[in-house]
Design a protein. Sequence first.
Length: 228
Amino acid sequence: MKRDKIDARERLLAAGLKFFASRGYDGATVREICDEANSNIAAINYYFGDKQGFYSAVKEHAMGIRQKAMDRCWELVDTDPWGALRMQVEMMLDETFDDTMFQVTWLFFRELLDHDEEVGKSDDADTYYDKQAEARRQLYIDRMTRLLTGLLGPEAATRENFSLLHYTYHSLCRFLPIKTQWEVRNLQGKGKFSIKPTYDKKTLADYIMGLVHHAVDEMQARAREKQK
C-alpha cells in the first residue's frame, strides 16, 4: 500500500511537470494532469492540498532532478575537471535529447516569464526565494571557478578566459542540437555544417569537447607567451 501511494504521487509529479512545462500554471488543468497520471482529482488534495501546493511540489521535484544531475558533475570538479565538464555538457544536451530534462528546463523558463503573475506569492515568499536563488547562484559560481581553473591551469585561469570558455560551450550546447536537427530534417545532413550523418548526443558532446580542448590549448599557449 505504501509503495502504491509513492507511485501515485510520483505519477502526479511527472504529469504535472509535463503540463506545467508546456502550458504554464494557468494553462494546465488539474483534471488533465490527473488523467495523464491515471489518478483522480481528489489525489491532488490528498497529497498536495491544492493546485498551488501541487505546483510548488512539482517545482521541488524538477529542482531535485536537475540537482541530482549536477551533483554528479560537482563530485568530479577537483579530481577530474574534464570529466566534470563532459557531464555538464551532456546534461545541457539532455535538455534537447531527454524529455524529462527538456520539461525541467521549460518549467523554470516559464518561472522567469510568469514570475510576476504567479498565484499566491507573497512579499515574504519573494524574499525567501530570492535569498535561496542568490545562495545557489554563488555556490554555482564558486564551483564553476574551480572547474574552469582545473581545465585552464593557474597560468591561464583569468576572468576573461573563464567567461570566454564558459559562454563558448554553453552556446554550443544550446545551438548545435537545433542546428543539427534542422539540417537532418531539411538537408538530410548535406548542409555546410556537418559533423556526421547521425546527430546523436554523444556525437555532439564529442564535438563540443574537442572544441573546448582546442580553446584551452590556445589560452594556455597565450598565457605561456605572456610569461616569456
